[in-house]
Design a protein around this ligand. Structure first.
Ligand code: H2B
Length: 113
């Protein structure tokens, strides 16, 4: 488990600081399977996880939903046959907060269980 996954997710608030490009690159080194993408001008973290079938992908999504509810921070999740694509960004600040990197690391932790 990486150092990032040990962090706790502070509630997202309008005005919280976004992570700049330099910091993002440093944090990404701790979650190397994630990509930095931009959708409609909003930077986001994305990773696709592979599963043996649809039911296993759906179960992963449901477990991630429980973590998201507990943290009060929610991802985009696209479940397809054999895969789940997870996207983290902070809606409130239309970009990436350090919390998104924490949540990405926690998502990796869930997958690696
Ligand atoms: C009121 C509620 O806590 C907020 O709307 C939370 C819910 N979950 C959230 N999740 C994410 N990813 N970004 C947010 O800004 C966000 N805000």
């Amino acid at each position: 488990m990486t150092e990032l996954s040990q962090g706790s997710c502070e509630a997202c608030r309008i005005g919280a600081p976004t992570v700049d490009e330099t910091e993002a690159r440093v944090l990404l080194q701790q979650i190397p399977d994630w990509s930095l993408i931009e959708v409609d001008g909003i930077k986001q973290l994305q990773r696709q996880y592979k599963f043996k079938n649809f039911v296993k992908a759906m179960a992963f999504a449901n477990q991630l939903a429980e973590i998201a509810e507990a943290e009060g921070h929610h991802p985009g999740i696209l479940v397809e046959w054999g895969k789940a694509t997870v996207t983290w960004w902070s809606h409130s600040i239309k970009g990436l907060h350090r919390n998104d990197f924490v949540m990405a690391a926690k998502t990796d932790g869930l997958f690696d269980q």
